[in-house]
Design a binder for this molecule. Structure first.
Ligand code: ZN
Length: 180
């Protein structure tokens, strides 16, 4: 059994969130321990995606679990756990057509707004075992991987909004985190 730890998620306007994350040299046990902690932290929050920089680690690592229900499942069925791990992810193709989606972010609690992103992307990354994978992502998967990959460049979903909305979001989160 591995012991996992729930880490603190940093929030705006922490300047670390603006930092560009560094590529990973090697997928080893230390990196897998980080990914385990990230997944635990994400489930606890709860959220569907987390980039390492959100727990203050500036490396190109993302965890995700869209927690979708199985095909044809009943309304009240429990979502199935499907953790995904992405090391050094790259977008190798993106569609012209875009998908609007109301996004949120664990580093910007209680703020939701619509962002337009390519509806369909092809990605390349190393998985939990360090194997290279190429995959197509559509729908929520495409939205989430692009949102998380933005974090690796120091970009937040509110950076896609107007300056007015962005400033308002940061002010709200500051108040919220001060009150906590
Ligand atoms: Zn985020």
């Amino acid at each position: 059994m591995t012991l996992m730890a729930i880490r603190e998620i940093i929030t705006v306007p922490n300047p670390l969130l603006k930092q560009i994350s560094k590529p990973v040299d090697k997928v080893d046990d230390a990196l897998r321990a980080l990914m385990d902690d990230m997944l635990e932290t994400m489930y606890d929050a709860p959220g569907i995606g987390l980039a390492a920089i959100q727990i203050g680690e500036p490396v190109r690592v993302i965890v995700m679990d869209l927690q979708e229900k199985p095909e044809g499942a009943a309304e009240d069925a429990e979502p199935v756990k499907n953790p995904r791990y992405f090391v050094n992810p790259e977008i190798i193709w993106k569609s012209e057509d875009t998908l609007p989606y109301e996004e949120g972010c664990l580093s910007i609690p209680e703020i939701y707004d619509e962002v337009q992103r390519p509806a369909h992307v092809k990605i390349r990354y190393l998985n939990y075992q360090g194997e290279q994978v190429e995959e197509e992502a559509k729908g929520l998967y495409a939205v989430c991987i692009q949102h998380e990959m933005d974090h690796l460049e120091g970009v937040l979903f509110i950076d896609h909004l107007s300056k007015l909305k962005r400033d308002r979001a940061v002010t709200k989160v500051k108040k919220l985190t001060r009150a906590a």
